[in-house]
Structures are given as C-alpha cells and as structure tokens.
Design a protein around this ligand. Structure first.
Ligand code: GLN
Length: 235
C-alpha cells in the first residue's frame, strides 16, 4: 500500500504526521506492507498512491499548498483512480471549492469535496467530540481543533459526524468534517488517526476494499475513554 504524506513542509500541525505512522502500523499488523512517500511541496504528486494524507497549516502555507496542488493535478488524477484521501483542517478546507485567505478573501480550492469554507468571527480552539455517520461504522471520534475557518457542506458530500462537544464545521448545523466517496476531511488534529483507530481502519478498509482482521485495541481504548471522559465531564 502506497501512502503519500502531502507537503509536510507546509501542512503538518499538532502532530498530524502521526496519521501516517498509525496507518503504517495498523496495516503492518494485518500483514499489509506499506511504503510512505513524504512529499515535499516542490515535488510532483505521484498519481499512483493508495492513500493520500494532508494535515493542517497556517493561512499562508495553506494558500501555497492549494496553489501547488491545483497546478500539479496529481491528486485529482489519484482521486479519479479511486484513491483514498484523508485531510485535516487546512488540508480539509483545501479539498473544497473555496476557502478563506488571510483577510477572509475567497480562494479557489481543489474542488475534490463538495464543501465551501470561509472565515468565521471567532477562532475555534479546543477539544471536539463527534458521533460519526452510522453508515461509516466508526465509534465516537475525539480530537483537537484550532481554526478560524467555517465550512458548509454541499449536496454532494455528507457530514462525517454530529458534534457532541466543540465546534467542528461551525456553520450552525452541528456537523463536523465531511466525506464523499473515499475522500474524508475533518477539523480534528490529535493526531486524529491516533486518537481514533476506528477512523484509521475505515481508511484502510477503503484502500484494500475488504474487511480487516481485528486488532487488540485495549490500550488505545483506555486512552480514548480517558480523553472522552475528560472532555465530556469538564462542563
Ligand atoms: N488556517 C486555517 C484556519 O484557521 C486552518 C488552521 C489549521 O489547519 N489548524 O481555519
């Protein structure tokens, strides 16, 4: 399985790179060999990856990353082939039709996911908890958010989760993240796939096109429980 970690030099905040490590590890535990490309922003996007990961970023690196990915076209080609894409925060906004620049001006995104983002009045900072869309079969997710962006989901994408705590998409509809086909975006750092092994397994299932052997997640489960309790009982 070829994993492409897009532009760690521009998009990687709050440990988002941990998402690659968890995918590699959870694939290896099922006997699936992986190869990860750490793709710098001056390199062409290989169109033959199985899973593409994008992280969060400050406004300027986000704008630069969007320009380079639009000009490159490799991610579009990969999506047309049916590749899996998982994007966090700035990466999530970039996948949409447009996102807000440093002054809130609308800037073009990649148009790979039917969402539109702009800038909200207030930064959303803190813990997020969400109940995932039932058809995805992933337990309650938890993460850390820090963004000014507000995201609206169009008719060709679906909310990843319903917010239980925190802000998420912030458009007043109580949703967090979005997905369509094998493209999934979220505001959750953490890293999201470390905190939520169920989400990591969803991406792996999509990539291999089959159910996966279960893994003993008792330690991860205890840490998740602690985190969820801490957020949901903090008032
Ligand atoms: N710059 C974007 C925003 O503030 C994304 C931030 C992030 O990726 N943490 O909305």
């Amino acid at each position: 399985m070829k994993i492409v970690w897009i532009y760690p030099d521009l998009l990687s905040t709050y440990g988002d790179q941990g998402n690659t490590i968890v995918l590699e590890r959870r694939a290896a535990l099922r006997g699936i060999p992986t190869e990860t490309v750490h793709l710098r922003s001056d390199e062409p996007v290989p169109p033959d990856g199985d899973v593409y990961l994008l992280g969060g970023g400050e406004d300027r690196p986000q704008i630069l990353a969007a320009q380079r990915l639009r000009n490159d076209g490799g991610l579009h080609a990969a999506v047309q082939r049916g590749a899996v894409v998982f994007a966090v925060c700035a990466g999530y906004q970039i996948l949409g039709h447009e996102f807000g620049g440093e002054e809130g001006q609308p800037l073009p995104g990649l148009g790979l996911l039917d969402i539109r983002s702009g800038r909200g009045e207030q930064r959303a900072v803190g813990e997020v908890v969400g109940d995932v869309a039932t058809e995805l079969n992933v337990p309650r997710i938890t993460g850390f958010e820090n963004h000014q962006g507000v995201t609206h989901i169009g008719p060709n994408a679906w909310p990843l989760a319903r917010v239980v705590a925190g802000v998420g998409n912030g458009g007043g509809d109580g949703t967090e993240g979005a997905y369509s086909g094998r493209i999934l975006g979220t505001y959750m750092h953490g890293p999201a796939l470390v905190r939520n092994p169920g989400l990591a397994d969803l991406l792996l299932r999509w990539a291999v096109g089959a159910e996966l052997q279960p893994i003993d997640d008792s330690w991860a489960g205890r840490l998740r429980e602690e985190r969820l309790n801490a957020v949901l009982t903090s008032g």
